[in-house]
Each structure stands twice: as C-alpha cells, then as structure tokens.
Design a protein around this ligand. Sequence first.
Ligand SMILES: [Zn+2]
Ligand SMILES: [Zn+2]
Length: 342
Amino acid sequence: MKAVRLTRVGEPLESQEIPIPAVGERDVLVRVKAAGICHSDVHYRAGSSPVGPLPQTLGHEVAGIVEEAGADVRDLQVGDRVCLHYLLTCGECHFCRSDHEQFCLEGKMLGKHTDGGYAEYIAVPARNAVRLPDEVSFEHGAIMMCSSSTSFHALRKARLSAGETVAVFGAGGLGMSAVQLAQIMGARAVYAVDINTGKLALAENLGAVPVDASQGDPVIELRRLTGGRGVDVALEVIGLKQTMEQAVGSLAVLGRAVLAGLCDRLFEIDSYHDLLGREAEVIGCSDHTLWELEVLVEYARQGKLDLSHNVTGTVPLEAAAINDVMDSLENLSGGVRTVIRP
Ligand SMILES: [Zn+2]
Ligand SMILES: [Zn+2]
C-alpha cells in the first residue's frame, strides 16, 4: 500500500510502498478515508518534538471504514464507519482504570510512536475505534480526534457548569470548538479573544462575544463585559506567555484558568491578587479520553458541534502536496485544517 512517511527528521516526508499492516485478534484494519494534517506533525518533521522509531507513517487524526476485523473483535464489522482514538493504551494500569488513560504507563500515540494515517490502511486495537454516524463526514470525524477533543477535555478540566461565563483565548481550530462546546455545556456567555478580525467574526457567528485584543487590554475588556467580576473559566489554547497571563488575570473569584496551548516559556502570576485573594485555580490540560470522543461524535451528529469552518482544504495522499501543507503550517500561513483524502 501507499504511505507517506517521515524517514529522517528535518527532511520532507516521502511516499513509500509498504505492506498492508497485519491484523491481530483484537485489532481492526481500517481503510483510511480522511487524515488531518496537524501542527504536531510539523513539529515531528522538524525535529522539535520527539518521534520514532523511523521511518514512521505520520497522521494521528484518522477516520475510515473497517476493512477487516480480528477473530476476537465483537462489536465492529467490516464496512463500519469509524474514527480513531490516537492514544494506544494498556487498559490495565492505574491510570487506564481511573479514566486518566492519557497517562498510561505504556501509552503510545498513533502517527508518532507507531504508524499513523497518512496511508491507505491502518491497523489499530478495536477499542480505539469510535463509531462514526452517517451524519458526520470522515473529514470532521478525523479532526475531532485532536483539536475538538482537547477543547472538550479542557472545559471538563475547568469543571464548567451551567450559567457560568467563559473566555477563550485564541479563536483558531481549538478555540472554534471551545466556543461551541462551552455553549453546549450551558455557559451563560462565551467571550472569544483574538487579534484576527476574521477569526473573531467567525467566533461571533458561532455565538461568542468577540474581544479584539489588538484594540486594548482584553483583561480590562473582560472585566467591563462581566460587570467587574471577571470570567468563571478562562481557556488558553494558543501557548503564549502573554495570553496565559491574561487568562489568569481575567478570572473572577473562584475562577479556573485551563492552559491547553503548548508553550515551554515561563509566565508570571501575581500570587496574592490573581490566585490566593480570589481562590482561583490554574489547571493544566493534556490530551483527552476515549469517552470524551464518543460524546463529541454525538454532539456532531446532533449538529450542535459544527466543524464546517475547520476543514479549509483537502489534498491527495501524495508526499509533495502534504509537505506543501506542512510548510505553510510552519510559516503560520495555512488554513485551519487541511485533510488528506487517500
Ligand atoms: Zn493533531
Ligand atoms: Zn495503561
């Protein structure tokens, strides 16, 4: 079969012919119909995030059709539409058994530690396959496996409850899902903070109150919009020192800031005014769980989670086209998400 693979860090991906993967007794073989090109993949190619062993087929946002099921697979059949949870876990360790499988002691990630979805076929444990209803496209099923699920996990980590206010710092792919999911979870008001007027207009269409951070300090504006209180939940999905500080600074008494944007920089908190004096919390967020994916797929089936603005292009399973998309992501000039359609 054809696969587009990383053979050496720092070099373009290559098209290769490799065998169709073998299917174990509890695995399914999935014919890939859509695979999202994620910013993480750009980091793997560049060597700024660890990946391997090489050569490796990238692609952790995958949806397709079950082509073959192992002898012990009970609840999936050939022809079923599925999308794939990218965390391969043992199912038995302390973390797996306590619904925190993203910390599995033997955890691996599709398209990073094992061959992923930039290929015609992929084999995964059957329990990693989430049923994809006919109402949800393969493209949307694929991208839900990464950015939307991080947003959902972050809002759950924030313990968002009905009637609370939410500020989302960053109106890109994660932010667009977060704006919708916060409303589904019952937020009274959702504020979208960004400096890009096009993204702010899109967030407003999805029900958010836009806050243009290029026009003034968003912390002051969020206090003004909330009658001086601040927001109950602030979600940072960009990964910048400045926006992490703004997220914490905009919290109300008992507010929770969740940091989901990747960043290796230090940031500053005024411990008395920002945290102690308000009993505020700063919470980290990493990945998501299989259960959350099943809920997301159902929200998409019901039409509550609209991802039509998130897929901005498709490319064939060809190394040159995929490398071009990754180049533009690297230069921050790409659309929200491009999906490979093998
Ligand atoms: Zn991703
Ligand atoms: Zn485990």
